[in-house]
Design a protein around this ligand. Structure first.
Ligand SMILES: Cc1cc2nc3c(=O)[nH]c(=O)nc-3n(C[C@H](O)[C@H](O)[C@H](O)COP(=O)(O)OP(=O)(O)OC[C@H]3O[C@@H](n4cnc5c(N)ncnc54)[C@H](O)[C@@H]3O)c2cc1C
Length: 430
């Protein structure tokens, strides 16, 4: 499976078009090779470039760098999550381990934007977990107790407070946590591409087709060239399994999102002129909805298997329905862009961080939390591969590992069954 992205992502289309894109042509050698130029691969390349100014470091992407999931997400840099399996495991210890990693991820992104003076519409406005069903109060009270026990500041909000903050009567109950950040994911990914160290060579539109290890070197065949590397780091996220990496431990899923044009002054006033906000659903597969700094509404409430091309038109209709349910005063032609992106999942929501052999490493599989975790794990896999075992590497290595997944066709059958259950449960929250 290779990336095959639509050209309709609202975050990407508002950026200046990249120029000077180099494809990999012919044969070359390098000391370090990184496959995949999203947050993870770019962070690994940045770290290696800084640690080894005299080594030849190459990073290659199948498409335009940074324009995979890293530019196509909803832009929540999270301090906590509710529906990635941790709440269902009911283990405070697991949740704390995960939330410690989230905090480190936030610190890494913060450090990056401070060091390179990045403007990515950073807003430390926190986020809401919300539901249109009052019966979800029980679930939120439990979550509130978990967050309190971990000293993560949060507050339960009732219908009127939600209306006041978000400008919609849709939500009946919610929790606000103030530790999360909203940002423009496209601007962040582009800044990571633009700030690669000078000794890092970037090749784009150059998919890796296959690779083999021979005589302690790794030979990689791309569509128009061949690279031989002393060491390699795989950061291809949803495409890891198709490259034969940790095949039985992760799988890709396609998510689709839409963004409206900016609301007019009147439209914005009608909904009470709320400040920028982000909502995550209390139910798995419920909608992620966000009001951006420039008054656009982003919605993501669809997910599918990657075994066929995503139907953007059908997804756009589902997104529009979700927007109008929350903001009935808005017109039906308000959606400006709809796009899909590939995320990587494991059965127990644990990420991959792995030394595969002496000179082969891989990391990825961050589900919906890759802004912070990708930046953190990318930098730290570069440290691990350089034998620099930092405190962060130790913490990551203590975290849960992905569990084994059944082979196809059983895996897809299992995922479809889970979709049916979760989609039915989340019906009211789409
Ligand atoms: C709609 C949507 C909403 C999301 N919302 C959020 C959110 O709000 N917050 C959050 O933290 N995360 C969110 N995510 C997830 C987040 O985008 C990912 O976790 C993150 O981008 C992972 O970064 P990465 O660098 O590991 O992977 P990617 O960004 O997927 O980068 C991997 C790169 O590998 C390249 N590649 C793949 N195969 C090959 C090959 N054969 N040869 C060469 N290169 C290859 C791809 O082209 C791609 O550029 C969302 C994702 C989507 C799609």
């Amino acid at each position: 499976m290779l990336p095959n992205n639509d050209n309709s992502c609202g975050w990407i289309n508002e950026l200046p078009k990249r120029t000077g894109i180099k494809e990999l042509l012919g044969r070359a050698n390098c000391d370090w090779l990184i496959i995949g130029a999203g947050y993870t691969g770019l962070s690994a390349a940045r770290q290696l470039g800084n640690v080894y100014p005299n080594k030849k470091i190459i990073i290659v992407d199948a498409q335009v760098a940074g324009e995979g999931a890293s530019s196509r997400n909803s832009g929540y840099l999270v301090d906590s999550t509710m529906n990635d399996g941790f709440i269902s495991s009911k283990s405070t210890k697991d949740y704390k381990a995960k939330s410690d990693l989230y905090s480190l991820g936030i610190e890494k992104v913060k450090k990056f934007i401070a060091q390179y003076q990045v403007d990515c519409d950073w807003n430390e406005c926190g986020k809401y977990y919300a539901s249109s069903k009052i019966e979800d109060e029980k679930k939120l009270i439990k979550f509130n107790a978990m967050l309190n026990s971990l000293k993560i500041e949060n507050k339960i909000l009732q219908k009127d407070e939600m209306l006041n903050k978000l400008g919609t009567e849709f939500y009946k109950i919610g929790i606000y946590t103030n530790g999360g950040i909203l940002l423009n994911p496209g601007k962040l990914a582009r800044a990571m591409v633009d700030s690669l160290p000078e000794n890092v060579i970037l090749y784009e539109n150059s998919p890796l087709l296959n690779w083999e290890e021979a005589n302690k070197r790794i030979k990689c065949t791309f569509n128009k060239g061949v690279l031989e590397a002393s060491s390699i780091i795989f950061c291809a996220n949803g495409f890891l399994s198709s490259l034969g990496i940790e095949k039985q431990y992760s799988f890709p899923l396609a998510l689709t999102a839409s963004m409206t044009r900016s609301l007019t002054e009147t439209e914005f006033e009608t909904i009470g002129s709320p400040r920028e906000w982000g909502v995550l659903s209390t139910r798995p597969m419920g909608a992620t909805v966000r009001m951006t700094k420039d008054r656009r509404i982003l919605i993501r409430n669809t997910v599918s298997l990657c075994n066929k091309r995503v139907n953007i038109d059908i997804n756009k209709c589902i997104h529009l329905k979700g927007i109008l349910k929350r903001f009935p005063s808005l017109p039906k032609d308000i959606i400006d862009s709809t796009w899909s992106g590939i995320v990587c999942r494991s059965g127990n929501a644990a990420p991959i961080f792995k030394k595969i052999s002496d000179n082969i490493y891989a990391t990825g599989c961050f589900n919906g939390s890759g802004i912070g975790l990708g930046t953190l794990f990318g930098e730290e896999i570069a440290n691990k591969a350089s034998n620099n075992i930092t405190n962060e590497v130790e913490l990551i290595q203590k975290a849960k590992k992905p569990n084994w997944l059944p082979p196809q066709p059983f895996l897809n059958l299992g995922i479809k069954a889970r979709f049916l259950i979760d989609k039915n449960y989340a019906k009211s929250e789409l």
